[in-house]
Design a protein around this ligand. Structure first.
Ligand SMILES: Cc1ncc(COP(=O)(O)O)c(C=O)c1O
Length: 372
């Protein structure tokens, strides 16, 4: 069986580095908001090229806190936040938790990311924020999105939860999470940079935004036990921070490995109907996921399962069609509705062996012959 992802392989590889780090934190007596958190915050903002940053308890919290700290979403005002209809339910969930109203835009048929033309179609006088999601590790069309935001005086909060280290060229190459007013990352264990629990991060070049988020994440208390606003408990965890600092040293090599594997898949996978995500020349993909599209997705998935290959579907239901966001239910968004029927995530991670990659390629290519 080729599992979709086997995190034990990663742990076995890093065990000698990680075990002493974990022991050190356990022995330190400091488990929340200490030296490890400060150190990781400095390292992650330096890696991203952001001026300021904050470690929080999850990617969802990072999005929620970034929206609040941006000042653009005011609780109770039903401020609208435009995001992609194709993606993770956690994105609109964060919008709702911040007191905003998610409004969904359709995706581009080639990149499968939020379409700037569709954003323009769903703008209203209540729109305050655009939240592009760099889905699967590919940066959105930020140039067009930032231009729309500037023209309509909107804030851009990037959902970079799947795009650790991905770069976008706007004049110069910049890492995602640094181009809008704020960026949010998730360090969920399966991410390109993941911890061994839950954690998230807010990046920004605005010191005030990070300071407001820092207070909100710490119970709305600028001073211990003095709350100035109803905040959250989303404090940085020392153990996760220490693990992340250790793993960050590997991120570039892992991302390079992901890109090589993706190039192999792109060169060697074939078959009628099989489609790949288009990567614009000003974007560097980090392949958090390797997703193909196929009109007979369910049959292809069953075919791979029969050959012992586990796959996933990211994501099976368009967000404007999900019960949780029924209030935001919108007219048809055809590209997103088509994508959810066709997307299939193949195993791709730095710990996949060459033999496994070869078996996956063979099994996908065989599908064309089986269905011919
Ligand atoms: C695009 C996207 N946004 C938000 C999240 C939420 O992150 P977390 O699971 O760390 O809360 C995730 C990951 O689950 C994600 O993939």
């Amino acid at each position: 069986m080729i599992r979709y992802l086997d995190l034990q392989r990663e742990y076995r590889d890093l065990q000698r580095e990680l075990d002493p780090v974990v022991q050190r934190v356990l022995a330190s007596g400091q488990y929340i908001l200490g030296r490890e958190v400060e150190q990781f915050e400095r390292r992650w903002i330096s890696y991203c090229g952001a001026a300021y940053g904050l470690l929080v308890a999850s990617g969802t919290d990072a999005l929620t806190l970034a929206l609040g700290a941006s000042g653009a979403v005011r609780p109770g005002a039903a401020d609208e936040v435009i995001t992609s209809a194709h993606g993770s339910p956690y994105t609109p969930m964060a919008i709702v938790r911040a007191g905003g109203r998610p409004v969904f835009a359709d995706i581009d048929p080639e990149t499968w990311l939020i379409s700037p033309a569709s954003i323009e179609r769903v703008l209203t006088s209540r729109t305050r924020v655009i939240m592009p999601v760099h889905l699967y590790g590919l940066p959105c069309d930020l140039k067009a999105i930032l231009a729309i935001a500037e023209a309509h005086r909107l804030v851009v909060v990037e959902d970079a939860c799947q795009a650790h280290g991905a770069r976008y060229r706007a004049g110069r190459w910049q890492r995602v999470g640094t181009l809008g007013q704020a960026g949010a990352f998730s360090f969920y264990p399966t991410k390109n940079l993941g911890c061994y629990g839950d954690a998230g991060f807010i990046t920004s070049n605005d010191a005030g935004c990070i300071e407001r988020a820092r207070v909100a994440a710490n119970g709305g208390q600028p001073t211990r036990n003095i709350a100035v606003s109803p905040g959250y408990n989303s404090r940085g965890d020392e153990l996760q921070a220490a693990i992340l600092s250790c793993k960050l040293a590997h991120l570039e090599a892992w991302n390079e490995c992901r890109r090589k594997l993706a190039a192999t898949y792109r060169q060697r996978l074939r078959g009628p109907g099989l489609k790949f995500q288009e990567v614009p020349e000003n974007c560097e993909h980090v392949y958090r996921l390797f997703v193909v599209r196929h009109p007979q997705r369910n049959q292809l998935r069953a075919h791979l399962r029969e050959r012992g290959i586990e796959t996933m579907v990211h994501y099976p239901v368009a967000l404007h069609r999900q019960a949780a966001f029924a209030e935001a239910s919108q007219a048809s968004l055809p590209e997103a509705e088509r994508a959810v029927e066709e997307v299939l995530s193949l195993p791709l991670n730095p710990y996949l062996s060459e033999a496994e990659v070869a078996r996956i390629i063979e099994a996908v290519n065989e599908f064309a012959a089986v269905t011919a």
